[in-house]
Design a protein around this ligand. Sequence first.
Ligand SMILES: NC(=O)c1ccc[n+]([C@@H]2O[C@H](COP(=O)([O-])OP(=O)(O)OC[C@H]3O[C@@H](n4cnc5c(N)ncnc54)[C@H](OP(=O)(O)O)[C@@H]3O)[C@@H](O)[C@H]2O)c1
Length: 341
Amino acid sequence: MKPHYPIHYRAAELPSYNANTLRAMLSLRITEKEIKSLGAGQLLVKMEAAPCNPSDIAFMQGGYNVVKALPAVPGFEGCGIVADVGEGVDSEWIGKRVSLFIQGNEDGSWAEYVVSTSEQLIPAAQELSAEQASMFFVNPFTAWGLMEMVAAHGASCFVINAAGSRLSEYLLALAKKNGVAVIGIVRKEQTAAALANKGFAGLLVSTDNDFAAKLSDLIAKYNPTIFLDAVAGEQTGMIAGLMPFNSKIVVYGGLSGKEISGINSLQLIFKKLTITGFDLNAWFANTDDKRKMLAAEHLSALIAEKKVQNPVSITVALDALVQGLRHYLGSMSEGKMLIRF
Ligand SMILES: NC(=O)c1ccc[n+]([C@@H]2O[C@H](COP(=O)([O-])OP(=O)(O)OC[C@H]3O[C@@H](n4cnc5c(N)ncnc54)[C@H](OP(=O)(O)O)[C@@H]3O)[C@@H](O)[C@H]2O)c1
């Protein structure tokens, strides 16, 4: 049934950026908004669920490459049902469940309704629950893009830190499919224990006294020529120093909040070490629809076949957003925080 305009709905709103995560979180307010009508080319999505990712936290801190005009509705991904379409959009979309990826200046996914365009969404595969469909863009496609880099470099093994993350779970599943070994690094013993039987070739805790010696042994054994780095800071330099000849470091996150340090210049010159970044937005911009759809098919299959679990550690209503965020930040490896609308 076509909705009646104006539509009044609720959304989370960030009044100002704040480098202090707690203050940024506490400043979030729930506000009433209005959609007067749909413009040409637009789709109205009634939201079902939206997660919080590290990029949402970085966004609230003002430390992400997407900076919206304030006050802003956060949330880079989510899923919902198409409730209406504007002029020029196929009415076949109406009633379909879609996954959304919103990276522009427009309102984000932490809202009961989102006005979107077809470039920002893909139909959710039938086998995906609303929960899975809401987390189908950011981590799965990043893992896919990173695996493309692993393959292009011809690596038979790679090292990954923050190995308790959802992204790492996708990467591990894709690596297994491609016969690539994975050396995982986490920062807590409890995370290592939870990952013990997941299929890593080696799993290390970065706070162990003999971490460097153990990593050296694993590197000698498996010859990983890619290091996928989500942490940065001094860990990048420390691990770079142990990597073999012709290795590549791909930095795709900055969870430590610190600048990369400790990379020896001789390594770059004589050991042919290279360092680069990965940005999902750039991957999307440079990838044609056919390749994206192929990736989506493979990634949905990983979920349907339960090769990834993609756990949610807490589900909250919009009103309890801050409580959910606190929980997520205290135990990120346990799973995502999901807002259900
Ligand atoms: N470049 C891109 O386009 C792109 C796209 C998607 C994701 N990413 C990045 O990928 C990373 C993982 O994202 P996700 O959504 O999969 O994460 P997630 O599931 O929310 O989990 C975050 C993980 O990071 C660990 N962690 C947090 N702070 C850390 C620190 N200072 N040192 C070491 N480990 C730390 C957590 O471990 P604890 O349980 O010990 O806290 C947890 O395992 C993030 O850095 C994110 O920004 C980048």
